[in-house]
Design a protein around this ligand. Sequence first.
Ligand SMILES: [Zn+2]
Length: 271
Amino acid sequence: MSTITAQTHAVSDHSVLVWLAGLLLIGLISWSIHYFIIVPMQRKRHILESIPYCPSLLLPQLPAEHDKIMRVDSQRLIHLSYRVNLYQLTCSCLRFRRIRRFYPANDIRRLCRHLRRELQNSGCLQNLDELTRGVISFRLRDGCYVRESLTNSEMIVGFHPRSSIVRVYTYRKSPDDPLGGPYTGAVDKFTYNHRQEIWVYGEPPPNADEILTVVETLMTACRARYPNPEKLPHIKETLQMPIPETEAAMAARARRESILAARRSTTPLQQ
Ligand SMILES: [Zn+2]
């Protein structure tokens, strides 16, 4: 009798183990399908959908002599390297294969950290203009990039219609530069929180009023093309605490509105 009971327990334990192993296997398969198939497909779809409404910058085509595979060592994992091609702007790293390769040829958003490093090591970066080099040196984090002329300067803006963070790349003011520009300092990155209307991480760029006016116009145009307007954040509405408008903020707003009005009045009519 005791032998039969022991056998029954053994069969029962074995069944539990089989069930657990089965559940573990199902979980592993589900996770793999999600991680390796569904997520990459979603990312690809998001990128391809974003191309019509997200403008970007195209890099000049490098000479054909760069159409070769170069090895770039991983900075995180020893003995691991990636294969990059500067002419085709391709890399064998995971981030490139999953995200960056879906951007069009020569698009600046194709640059993963390995392509950026090889551009630097090969000296090709020096062929690019200073503003573009500035954007590349600060990494490519944004979905949309636009280059805009300012009255006495120039800037590149990185943004996304659904994000409240805007990155402005422009020239710093040197001590001898006139207040209104042109500015001869180094290219720097200035981060603006569009929702809270503040410059994050320090001082604003020179000619900040004009920059904000242009940024506002860019964001408005980009958001108008966004296919799911109901998903766009409403400025101020998402804030938990309303920010009281100071006299300085009111004055800055008035200046921006006057610049915007001036720009509108001087924009040539479309033919
Ligand atoms: Zn890479």
